[in-house]
Design a protein around this ligand. Structure first.
Ligand code: AMP
Ligand code: ZN
Length: 664
């Protein structure tokens, strides 16, 4: 088999497996097999750059950076939809249609997915452009980011029109959304509010490799173009499925508004079982010819109508406002409610977010409040029923002191939250930090759970994570529910954590804003804890992707005497506080102090690999050319403006080969 055929057949195979996994949700091989095949393809492609294909399944991991998203005028305008809220609204709409159309009208009912609208353009079966809705007339070109979404086919199957646009919604399923939030919480960051905003925010990230990590999906609902091979909306959906698009199966062909209402009733309940958010139903006239006759108003098609589900809402009594202290000291006010049924679950608590939120809605204890469940993790209070406010009601005074340690709270400018500054003396902060330290992604201490940590702290046996290393079986055996075996396991688990690699120890320390990724970056750049401890804000922001906020937090952490003592104690106990020799071996100082810009398309290495090479050799990757740039590594198709800029600043341009020679 020739190399070209081999590459082609691997690409086809991987494409098919992607399709089965991400579009049909029914994979036929396991992840390991898939990864092996992908690796095989990547190796062949690296050896044979002459067969480069921008739509190869190997490029799904992203890496392309978009600094400014180009504005693109939609060839066909992306209209909004008229809304309806009742049976009467829908019957009125049907009457308006009957005035224009002779004969019977069929309707297609679809779910209204709640995400970010997208328009995909395909030419000769390949994806050429993905554009956001924007204002409907023009949107942003987000192709590089959309290409990383695995359910978006880069290459179509079967028969397809030569050129067409297909529209859909990019959504973030709940599961992935919750996972992303868990990671943010672990890093001490505010969780994202809801999947919809997170989905649309993702499309505008500059680094497509970041987008690739987010579990986004693209659900399609409409084809636009000339000389299409179908004559109804319903058939267009089926034909989109044949081409390899993900088109939800819920779509239904109906013959009357009564049937439409049945569809709505059904999904108003069952939408809660879907993996992603929906906020209504879209009813469309099925015949494309009738659609054309009906045409558009200034804002929306006359042939379609959205029906909005009522957001699930109930009213209940707010019994008490309590305040929680997180591991970073952040205070979160919580509404304790009279338990009430909402969207299939019993709700007892709702988030009040912060002091401003309470003040804005004038929420008070004893109030009857309206609670709503949207895409948020916990329900929220949207209004107070003032007519039911008790006559002796008192305005809420936000706490001024920590409910746990009575220290006066602080609120920094521009911060919505209050914080308890008693870093080393506030129980929930102490417990929270140790719980974070032992968690799975950090030190992963087997045999030790969150509750035991609380017990150990409350019994006065430990007061920070370095104290864990002073524990022995005899001290912990007297603890409640602690058997011989579990005590042994606990000590074993603590001992084993001394082998956990540096980057994870760094993450485990619980420095604010230092999540898993940041910890890796810092570990790699500075190589050991002492170098990080003496780094200045400037040193820190010089590291790729480390911003001011993170830098300040790191400096802050290491300026505390208590933290210095803590680190010393970890050192004494033999924890990994520097990169392992093995990791160091792959790194050099060849590019030390050099700021390098990467531009264009590369043949033998991916952009991500190229950046890794620069960093591993001590250099810094920066995204734009300035007088501080030392080199530009240019692949094919380097942008003309970058080229000009590099030339005018007399910055040497290296070819891919020249660069690889240097770091070899
Ligand atoms: P609106 O933003 O309320 O004007 O509603 C229009 C938006 O609904 C469109 O831009 C689409 O992105 C979105 N939408 C979600 N699901 C569908 C669907 N099945 N058919 C048409 N539009 C949909
Ligand atoms: Zn406190």
């Amino acid at each position: 088999m020739s190399i070209a055929t081999q590459i082609q057949s691997l690409r086809n195979e991987l494409r098919e497996h992607n399709y089965k996994y991400y579009v049909l949700d029914s994979p036929t091989i396991d992840d390991f097999e898939f990864d092996m095949k992908l690796k095989e393809l990547q190796e062949l492609e690296a050896k044979h750059p002459e067969f480069f294909d921008p739509n190869s399944p190997s490029l799904r991991v992203g890496g392309e950076i978009t600094k400014n998203f180009q504005t693109v005028v939609h060839e066909h305008r992306m209209y909004s939809l008229d809304n309806s809220y009742s049976k009467e609204d829908l019957l009125d709409w049907e009457k308006r249609i009957e005035k224009i159309i002779d004969g019977t009208v069929e309707f297609v009912c679809e779910l209204k997915y709640d995400g970010a609208s997208i328009s995909l353009t395909y030419e000769n079966g390949t994806l050429v452009r993905a554009v956001t809705r924007g204002d409907g007339t023009q949107g942003d070109d987000v192709t590089a980011n959309v290409k990383t979404i695995k359910s978006v086919p880069l290459q179509l199957k079967g028969d397809y029109p030569e050129k067409f646009e297909i529209r859909g919604e990019i959504v973030l399923p709940y599961e992935g959304f919750h996972k992303m939030n868990e990671e943010r919480l672990e890093a001490g960051e505010e969780p994202y509010r809801n999947p919809r905003n997170t989905a649309s925010g993702s499309l505008k990230l500059q680094d497509s490799a970041e987008v690739a990590k987010r579990p986004l999906e693209c659900l399609l609902y409409g084809i636009v173009g000339r000389n299409l091979a179908f004559s109804t909306q319903y058939d267009s959906l089926e034909s989109a499925r044949q081409m390899g698009f993900k088109v939800p199966e819920a779509a239904k062909l109906t013959k009357s508004v009564d049937e439409v209402l049945k569809f709505i009733e059904y999904w108003d309940v069952h939408r809660h079982n879907l993996p992603y958010e929906t906020d209504g139903v879209v009813v469309k006239v099925n015949s494309l010819q009738q659609q054309e006759e009906l045409g558009y108003t200034a804002k929306a098609p006359r042939w379609a109508m959205a029906y909005k589900f009522k957001a699930e809402q109930v009213s209940t009594r707010l019994n008490e406002i309590t305040y929680q202290v997180g591991r970073t000291g952040a205070i979160t006010p919580v509404a304790n409610l009279e338990p009430v049924e909402l969207a299939g679950t019993t709700v007892k608590r709702a988030s009040l977010h912060n002091a401003d939120q309470i003040e804005k809605l004038d929420i008070r204890e004893g109030d009857e409040v309206y609670v709503e469940k949207g895409g948020e993790i916990i329900p929220k209070i949207i209004a107070v029923d003032l007519s039911k406010r008790p006559s002796d009601s008192q305005p809420t005074h936000y706490i001024t002191h920590c409910p746990e340690c009575q220290t006066e709270l602080v609120r920094e400018e521009g911060d919505a939250k209050h914080y308890c500054p008693n870093y080393n003396g506030c129980k929930p902060q102490i417990i929270g930090r140790i719980q974070h330290y032992i968690s799975r992604k950090a030190m992963d201490i087997e045999g030790l759970g969150g509750e035991t940590v609380a017990l150990l702290v409350n019994e006065g046996l430990i007061s920070d994570y370095s104290d864990l290393y002073g524990l022995n079986k005899e001290v912990i055996l007297p603890l409640e529910r602690m058997a011989e075996k579990s005590a042994e396991n606990l000590i074993k688990g603590i001992e084993a954590s001394k082998k956990i690699p540096f980057e994870r120890v760094l993450f485990a320390l619980g420095i604010r804003y230092v999540g898993e990724t940041v910890a890796k970056k810092l570990a790699k750049h500075f190589k050991n804890i002492d170098a990080i401890a003496i780094a200045s804000t400037e040193d820190l922001v010089a590291v790729d992707e480390i911003g001011e906020r993170i830098a300040e937090s790191v400096v802050d952490f290491f300026s505390s005497e208590e933290n210095k003592a803590l680190i010393d104690k970890l050192k004494l106990n033999g924890l990994q506080l520097e990169l392992s020799a093995e990791k160091l071996a792959n790194q050099t100082d060849k590019l030390k102090g050099l700021s390098i810009v990467v531009s264009g398309v590369f043949e033998t290495v991916s952009r991500t690999e190229l950046k890794k090479l620069i960093e591993d050799n001590g250099g810094k990757v920066s995204s734009s050319i300035s007088s501080k740039t030392n080199y530009v590594v240019a692949g094919a198709n380097m942008g003309p403006s970058k080229q000009k800029k590099a030339e005018s600043l007399k910055i040497p341009i290296l070819s891919e080969q020249e660069f690889l020679e240097i770091v070899k």
